[in-house]
Design a protein around this ligand. Structure first.
Ligand SMILES: [Zn+2]
Length: 168
C-alpha cells in the first residue's frame, strides 16, 4: 500500500485535552454509517513496531495479525481520534472508520482500540470517563464477551476473524 492520502471527513476538529494530549470532536451532526476516516500509509511488521518509540507507536493502526499502518506524513485530523470504552465509531474494513450511530455536534469522535488491537505492546491506562471504562486496556480485550456483543459487526476484519476462531 502506498503512503498516499488519508481521508478525514469534513466537519471534524482537533481539540486540546490538556495533559491528555489531543482529541477529535464533531463540528456537525454525522449520520449512522457515515465515513469518518480512511487511513492510508505504509505497512510495517510487529518486529518493526517494537523498534519504534512510544509516541511513534501511538500513531499506528493494526490492520492485520502482523501488519500495522504507519504514516510518514504530517498527522491529519483523524490521526488524533482517541480510544473510548464507549465509542461512537467502528470499522467497516481494516482502515475505514464509520459512525456506529448518529453523532451530534460537539461529541468526541472515538473508537475502541479493542476493535483493531490484538497485541500486548498496545496496553495503556484509560481515562475515557465512560461508565463502561475498563481502566486498563490491553491487546486481549477483544476476548471480552461484553465487547464482542456490543461491537458485533464493527471489529476490524482481522479481529473479527480471531473472535470467530475463538468461538469454534
Ligand atoms: Zn475507558
Amino acid at each position: 500500500m502506498s503512503d498516499n492520502t488519508t481521508y478525514s471527513a469534513p466537519g471534524l476538529k482537533v481539540v486540546s485535552l490538556g495533559s491528555r494530549g489531543r482529541g477529535v470532536v464533531a463540528e456537525r451532526n454525522f449520520k449512522q454509517g457515515e465515513v469518518i476516516a480512511i487511513w492510508r500509509g505504509s505497512i510495517i511488521t510487529e518486529r518493526e513496531v517494537i523498534a519504534l518509540s512510544d509516541s511513534e507507536r501511538s500513531q499506528l493502526l493494526q490492520v492485520d495479525e502482523d501488519a500495522f499502518l504507519v504514516t510518514n506524513k504530517a498527522l491529519l485530523t483523524v490521526d488524533y481520534i482517541n480510544h473510548s470504552c464507549e465509542p461512537n465509531c467502528g470499522f467497516t474494513d481494516s482502515t475505514t472508520l464509520v459512525a456506529m450511530r448518529e453523532i451530534a455536534t460537539g461529541e468526541a469522535i472515538t473508537f475502541d482500540y479493542a476493535m483493531s488491537d490484538t497485541k500486548t505492546i498496545f496496553a495503556f491506562d484509560c481515562w475515557c470517563g465512560s461508565a463502561k471504562c475498563r481502566k486498563k486496556i490491553s491487546g486481549n480485550d477483544w476476548r471480552l464477551a461484553d465487547l464482542q456483543e456490543r461491537y458485533a459487526g464493527w471489529f476490524a476484519p482481522h479481529v473479527a476473524r480471531l473472535i470467530k476462531q475463538s468461538q469454534l
